[in-house]
Design a protein. Structure first.
Length: 51
């Protein structure tokens, strides 16, 4: 029973944290950032240099 209670507690806490993050900063990046690559959007450089 204790394992179930802890599991339920973790699910509820995760749901609450996810909803807070979603309302404050969102869970997705913009389409432009996704197409260009998050390494460029976040760090301003390519992560991998391939020809």
């Amino acid at each position: 029973a204790s394992v179930g209670i802890v599991g339920l507690f973790c699910v509820i806490c995760t749901l609450i944290i996810t909803l807070i993050v979603k309302s404050v900063i969102g869970l997705r990046v913009s389409e432009q950032e996704e197409e260009q690559g998050l390494d460029i959007a976040e760090h301003g450089t390519k992560a991998y240099f391939s020809s």
